[in-house]
Each structure stands twice: as structure tokens, then as C-alpha cells.
Design a protein around this ligand. Sequence first.
Ligand SMILES: *Cc1c(COP(=O)(O)O)cnc(C)c1O
Length: 362
Amino acid sequence: MKTYRVPMVPGPTSVSREVLEAGAVDFASADLEQEYVELYVARGEALGEVVQTKHDVVIQTGEGMLALWGAMKSSLRAGDRVLVLSTGLFGSGMADMARAIGCEARTVEYGYDETLKNFGRIEEAIREFRPKMITMVQNETPSGTMNPVAEVGELKVKYRVPLLYVDAVSGIGGSDVRTDEWHVDFCLGGSQKCLSAPASMSFLAVSEEAWGIVEEVGYAGYDALLPFRTAVRDAYFPYTPYWQGTAQLYKACRLLLEEGLEHVVARHERVAAYCRERVREMGLRLYPAEGAVASPTVTAVYVPEGMAWKELDARLRQEGVAMGGNYGCLAGKVFRIGHMGTQANLNRVKEALDVLEVAVRR
Ligand SMILES: *Cc1c(COP(=O)(O)O)cnc(C)c1O
């Protein structure tokens, strides 16, 4: 197994011993034990606090993409209209997902280095297209940017759009996610980003209105949400739950709540500001455009001119530092420093940036 002294990849993030050990459960006949139902409920309440919702939080076994697909397939039918707000790779990918289900998708497109602005554009698209669902990404991990959700939530309410679907996978646990206040119907998360649990679980907050639509659609499948509506009441899960993963996710939430959400958010902002400052001082260029909101959980930086990412990556790894590469049109051009969860630690980020500073010198 390869280990790095300073893991700074924007997910999976390094897992603390406490969280790892929370998974050391050797009797885990979860579908038969009331104890699991109690853990499931406790974990739902803790996650509900983290994403600031009074509604249900469903947990599924599988990474973040599982919840992203499950929520879409459970609430949309072929022919439904989906308005996709895109400021990056994950945002634009949602149009492909909706089309794969047979939906009609329209994208309001921004640059990958931008964040949502000119809300009149979005308002006009809603008025014209009358979508059943609006999708957006709160924290665009590949771009290192964070989108405002509140304004979109207001438009959803104003135009009575049935569903607001928000991928907050890399923002939950590292930023102020206000699911109910922002009128989010599906607030989607995963275990391996700011929560710093192993890459094994996904979760989502589901509003009452969304449950109504999920019932009406009646989608069946491994990723279906519907069986989770009655899971606690009936003490019946659609497949064997992953007890260990649930226990780890619960522990990760408890650690955040013990630290205090406000403190957690402040810690991420402090570390991110320090990271951006240092990167600028090194003469490197941040990826987000002027006026875009930089993410508090991940910083995206242009690979310096005249240096291949492969070379820079090798130099960093030689010194025990692992940073993140990129995907799609950003591959090889923009790299990422993941200061989320356990990695939102000033000493660790400082250590990584000291290594980066030497590595970018030719
Ligand atoms: C990590 C991530 C996901 C989920 O990806 P997985 O590979 O399933 O963990 C979804 N959206 C965003 C923005 C992410 O950063």
C-alpha cells in the first residue's frame, strides 16, 4: 500500500484513527438488529444537524455518485424537464445524467472558473423552460469554487419549481450548508470528502415534497430511495446495511458536532485563505476567475507554465506530498490542494505548501 506523509488529495481524505476504529464492529447482522436501526436514526439526526435540516436523511451503501443517481432516478421520469446550472465538470455532468434517464435537459452554462452570478439569466431560463427540477453543485471540486445556493432556492420558491437538487458532496462538513433555509429538496453528500470517513457511504437529505414525488414516480432498483422512507418505521432495509460504514460516518459527524459547526467552517476558511495566499506568493496562478467564489475546502491552481503536471506530481510525491490532479478539460492544466476535513489543518497545509514551493522552482 502506498502511503504519503502529507495526503492533500481532495477526496478521499485521510481518515483519523478514531473514525477508523469506529468501524471495528464484528457482529453486524444489521438487517436483524434493533441496535442498527437505532444507530441509523442517531446518524440521521447527526447528519441532519450537519446539513441543517429537519427532514429525513437517507444513507446508502456506496460512494457519493450513488446518491446523485438514486435521487435523480427516484424523482424523474422520461420526458421531465431538468434545468442544469453548470459552473464545472460535476455541474455539466448532470445534464448527461438527466438525459440518460430520458429527461429533457437544458443547461445554463458558466465558465468552469466562474461561480453562479447574473441570476436574471437563471430566472429567465426557469420562466421559459418550466423545469421539474433544478440541479446545481454547491462546491465544484475540480474547479476549487463554491456556488451560492440561497439565490437559486429563492427562485425555486418564486416559480414553484418542484425540486432543487444540490450536490454538496465536497462542501458538507467544511462549509455552512443550510438545506432547509435554502429550500433544497435533495441535499447530496458522501463520506470521503470533508467528513473524512472511508469512501463507502453516500447520504442525502430529502424534503417532504421530494418524498411525495418519489412515491409518485415509484422507481425500483438498488439505488431507489423509496424503501428508505419506511426503513425505520418497519425496521426493514432494502439490502444489508453496511454497519461498519454507518458507524464510521456517525463517528465522523459526532467529531464535527463536538468541535462545533461554526468552528469547523471557520477552520476551513482560515486554512483556505492561507493556502491561496501562499500559492500567490509563490507566483502561481489560482484557477478561479476574478469575482468567482473560491472554495473553502479545495484550492485549484494552474500548473506552472513550462512544467508538466506529471513532473510536478512526481516531485511532490517524492517528498511525501500527494496533491490532486484533474479531469476532463482541466486535466494536466489545473491541480488541486484538498484542505478538507482532517486535511483542513494549518500545520499540514503549511508542510505541503513548503514542499510545493520548492517543487515549482526549476
Ligand atoms: C467527490 C464528488 C462526488 C462523488 O464522487 P464519488 O467518486 O462517488 O465520491 C460528487 N460530486 C462532487 C462535487 C464531488 O466532489
